[in-house]
Design a protein around this ligand. Structure first.
Ligand SMILES: *Cc1c(COP(=O)(O)O)cnc(C)c1O
Length: 364
């Protein structure tokens, strides 16, 4: 058997006709930038998330930048976040010359440990960026309470969790600003780069829309230093089509995850989803010892695996200047050493899951 990790090919062929028609319409209208298709997507995203405003943009990384720029994050401001995430979270903070302040993670959810946040707050702290890692939201109630107490903004890095929910409220609608990514391999992916920013704060929404367009308020009048951060109209067209089937995708991802967990729960450390949460399973990640060996043997059987992520941010070379060292965040370091993602997409079949788990259990 030869298994596909994310099966992006199938995600296209399943809805090829509708997607092709939508793309062709953009090409025929030559409305490549913004226009009604992008507006339609933003309305669709707002309705889906249940949030007042959605601002589509060029990537998840740019969504984070736009969010922090809208909040007037300045050099030397401190932003609390998790070291166990994709580099973009910390990178966006550092790109604005603000200071990422890392807080260790929870050993069950791999999200920021909300019990350790308060100790990291200083007079320079301006915001908290919890990351909804692997598709599961952090405990936003506790995080929002802490933020309120210290007058901080909360930006959810929901790059992996669009469509997830907590207590019936959708990810991206659980904080001051939510940011997501439509990178192809994310749960809701387009056919290139893309992202979106979400907020219920009208003033912030207006500012984010302006920042996305070079800080312009009307044509050639620029109030802020912004960026060229628009989403391509072709990508918006793709997303409008893919969003129609997204609930089915989420349902199927949950079915795959449930099957994995049933078969693996007594053999390896399987993911834990808190009772209040629904995950979108950006990744199905287990924990193993001898990871490299297991990956190699699975590869021989046609089973691809991946590591999200092998090195926590405080140990990355680009963050050397922050003077982080081994031992600073022991849980993040331990999880980084053991974590391993299995093939996960809405099309993973029962036969594939059986094949993967049988082979995995054999070589443990
Ligand atoms: C993918 C990702 C990003 C960045 O999104 P891009 O669209 O690739 O720029 C940011 N944060 C997290 C947690 C991600 O997984």
């Amino acid at each position: 058997m030869k298994i596909d990790f994310a099966n992006l090919g199938k995600a296209y062929t399943e809805h090829k006709l509708a997607i092709d028609v939508a793309i062709e319409k953009v090409l025929t209208n030559t409305s490549f930038i913004m226009g009604p298709v992008v507006s339609e997507l933003e309305t669709n995203l707002s309705n889906y998330v249940g949030v007042k405003d959605s601002i589509s943009c060029s990537s998840g990384t740019d969504a984070l930048l736009l969010a922090m720029m809208a909040l007037d994050i300045e050099p030397e401001d401190e932003i609390i976040t998790t070291p166990f995430t994709f580099i973009a979270t910390g990178e966006a903070i550092a790109f604005l010359k603000a200071v990422p302040v890392f807080v260790d993670i929870d050993e069950e959810t791999y999200n920021i440990d909300h019990n350790k946040i308060e100790k990291a707050i200083t007079p320079k702290t301006k915001a908290i960026i919890p990351v909804s890692i692997f598709g599961q939201v952090s405990n936003m109630e506790v995080i929002n309470d802490i933020a309120k107490k210290y007058n901080l903004a909360v930006i959810e890095d929901a790059a992996q969790s669009f469509g997830a929910s907590q207590g019936g409220v959708r990810s991206c609608n659980l904080s001051t600003i939510g940011c997501t990514s439509f990178f192809p391999a994310k749960p809701l992916g387009c056919f290139g780069d893309g992202g979106a920013v979400f907020t219920n704060d009208e003033e912030l929404a207006i500012k984010i829309k302006s920042l996305r367009l070079h800080g312009q308020t009307k044509r050639y009048h620029h109030k802020y230093i912004g960026m060229g951060g628009r989403l391509d109209t072709i990508q918006a067209a793709v997303l409008n089509e893919k969003l129609k089937n997204y609930d089915i995708d989420i349902h199927n991802r949950n079915k795959v995850a449930l099957s994995y967990t049933k078969q693996l729960k007594n053999k390896v450390v399987v993911p834990i989803i808190k009772p209040n949460n629904i995950s979108v399973w950006a990744q199905y990640s287990i924990r193993v010892k001898n990871r490299e060996q297991i990956q190699l043997k699975l590869k021989e059987k046609g089973i691809p695996t991946a590591v999200h992520y092998p090195m926590p941010l405080h140990l990355q070379e680009c963050f050397k200047y922050l003077k982080g060292k081994k031992g600073d965040f022991p849980i993040a370091e331990k999880i980084s050493n053991e974590i391993m993602s299995l093939p996960m997409n809405p099309y993973t079949t029962k036969e594939e899951i059986d094949y993967i788990t049988t082979n995995l259990i054999k070589i443990l």
